[in-house]
Design a binder for this molecule. Structure first.
Ligand code: 6GU
Length: 253
């Protein structure tokens, strides 16, 4: 997978893209990630990339010309056409499902917004897609791009040391992950649940499944509701959970 990132602050990516899983994936050639400074395509002598909004109002708006020139130039850097994604708080909400969908693209071009926003013609005629990482305001799309790149790279085959961790983790199966413990078996008087020390794998699996269900019901009823509808939660799971919570889950679903 190739990811090109257009930003006014490439230095914000040094560190996040040069450490841990993402750095290793880049070294191994599993992910090719290139940073480009939008200002390199500014056309006037002041290298302006933003301007005042027509109609007045506070803040500055990103001009169309440098961004169109930048995207057109960066598209030429590789054979395939990149799917152009604008990172803004107005985009569709990033979920694991959206990550999986974007991961299908062989090439992405991420555009990080700054200032108060983009000239609408960028949104309408340059971007293919628009993504937000949550309902809160960031100063720019850069932290969001870092989040998206991390989520994409870690699911590339062989990018993680341990591939099994992918399908066990929170959100992969529509439920939150079960509680985990490691040595010591007793710490400050707090015991690891006996079943995990038993060596009885079917019982461990059952316990984990139930932990996962209970946790999702308590913390994220929205996720449980969806899991019930998609069939990610079996009839057995449902019956157990209803008994445990002494509720009727049909109120949820
Ligand atoms: Cl992608 N950009 C900005 N500026 N704020 C955000 C966001 C993106 N996602 C959530 N908040």
């Amino acid at each position: 997978m190739r990811i090109d990132i257009l930003t006014l602050f490439p230095e914000m990516f040094q560190g996040p893209l040069d450490a841990s899983i993402v750095a290793r994936a880049r070294e191994q050639g599993l992910a090719e990630i290139a940073l480009h400074n939008i200002r390199d395509w500014a056309f006037d002598k002041h290298r302006r990339v933003d301007d005042e909004p027509y109609g007045g109002g506070a803040g500055m708006v990103m001009k169309p010309e440098p961004l169109f020139a930048a995207v057109e130039a960066v598209q030429e850097l590789a054979e395939s056409q990149a799917h152009v994604v604008l990172l803004t708080p107005q985009g569709r909400l990033l979920t694991q499902e959206v990550v999986e969908e974007l991961a299908e693209r062989p090439r992405l071009l991420l555009i990080c917004g700054r200032y108060e926003g983009f000239d609408e013609r960028i949104r309408e005629h340059l971007a293919d897609d628009e993504v937000s990482i949550g309902d809160y305001v960031l100063s720019g799309g850069e932290p969001a791009a870092i989040v998206l790149v991390d989520a994409l790279v870690r699911r590339i085959p062989n990018a993680l040391g341990n591939e099994a961790s992918l399908d066990e983790e929170s959100h992969t199966r529509g439920l939150l992950e079960y509680a985990q413990y490691t040595r010591p078996a007793e710490f400050r008087g707090w015991q690891v649940p006996d079943v995990l020390l038993s060596g009885n794998h079917p019982e461990v699996e059952k316990w984990r499944r139930r932990q996962s269900l209970l946790r999702t019901a308590q913390r994220r009823p929205d996720l449980l509701s969806r899991a019930l509808k998609t069939g990610a939660v079996s009839e057995d799971d449902r019956r157990w959970l209803e008994e445990e919570l002494e509720t009727n889950l049909s109120d949820l679903a």
